[in-house]
Design a protein around this ligand. Structure first.
Ligand SMILES: [Zn+2]
Length: 287
């Protein structure tokens, strides 16, 4: 059994610690996983302490990035993150939690209620090649669930979750908001083929509309979020987005008027959006 709290300690000491760390049993019971509780995350890792430590470090850094956009609201409880090393165990765990998972499921965030009635949101992933983008993506959904509950528009929830997917450490610097080149190419194809929906429509979609058009909705919501956050040539765009985020948090009539303002903005920005994304990859040779 490995129930220990690990402080942020130098790598050398960590290496020694990892060497004596107990290994997770080869099954899906997370009580036997290595555990690291630090900051606001309680991480269970089937792959051992080093993985639990790295995930905890990454998630706490991600949290600082999420909070930048939502004025540092604090979740009531430490958020739980479960990292499977085995895809098979991950799927078995997911099936128990919510029924048969989709074959391409890489991770998920789901609400849980304990015996005392406390509600929390469990983030579950497995160590695929995309474990870090998946943690950043699902971590944002988890953060927002604590922050805003279910009130957030689907385009914003999925758009911002994708915006954070490229987050990574570069030396001691944490880099956020890079271009996702796969999504960029998808967006360029949609614009060139005339299949990109108007931005003002995207912000109105409800979840069922969004998910029924997933192959368009995901890349377009990433692109719209990227545009709203990174339009350095026109600071009024990102200012308008900041106001929108505040209104989403406030809800009610504030949100309704912000939604209308954003819709008008989307119509003004549409041509510039198309032009920006068609040329965004020029400097690196994307066509
Ligand atoms: Zn998502």
């Amino acid at each position: 059994m490995c129930h220990r709290s690990l402080r942020l300690i130098p790598n050398l000491i960590l290496a020694a610690f990892v060497a004596i760390a107990c290994h997770a049993e080869d099954n899906g019971s997370i009580e036997k996983f290595a555990q690291v509780n630090e900051g606001r995350y309680e991480v269970f890792a089937q792959g051992g302490h080093q993985m639990a430590f790295q995930v905890n470090l990454f998630m706490n850094e991600m949290l600082r990035q999420y909070e930048t956009y939502f004025n540092n609201a604090t979740p009531k409880h430490a958020a739980r993150v479960v990292v499977f090393a085995s895809n098979q165990d991950f799927r078995q765990y997911a099936t128990t939690a919510m029924g048969q998972p989709h074959p391409w499921l890489q991770g998920y965030c789901r609400p849980m209620t304990d015996s005392a009635g406390n509600r929390s949101f469990e983030l579950v992933v497995y160590q695929s090649g995309t474990v870090w983008p998946t943690l950043a993506h699902e971590g944002f959904h988890q953060f927002l669930a604590y922050e805003l509950g279910q009130k957030i528009p689907i385009w914003l929830n999925e758009g911002m979750a994708q915006y954070f997917e490229t987050s990574h450490f570069l030396g001691s610097t944490f880099v956020v908001g890079g271009v996702n080149f796969t999504k960029l190419q998808q967006v360029q194809l949609l614009i060139k083929s005339g299949k990109a929906p108007p931005l003002k429509d995207i912000i109105e979609w409800n979840p069922s509309t969004f998910y029924s058009r997933a192959e368009i909705a995901y890349p377009m919501s990433w692109a719209l979020t990227y545009y709203l956050l990174k339009s350095g040539h026109d600071p009024s765009v990102s200012m308008e987005f900041r106001r929108y985020l505040q209104a989403v948090k406030a809800g009610g009539s504030d949100f309704q008027s912000a939604q209308e303002r954003l819709s008008q903005g989307c119509q003004r920005w549409q041509a510039d959006f198309n032009d920006s994304f068609l040329h965004l990859g020029d400097s690196i040779g994307l066509q």
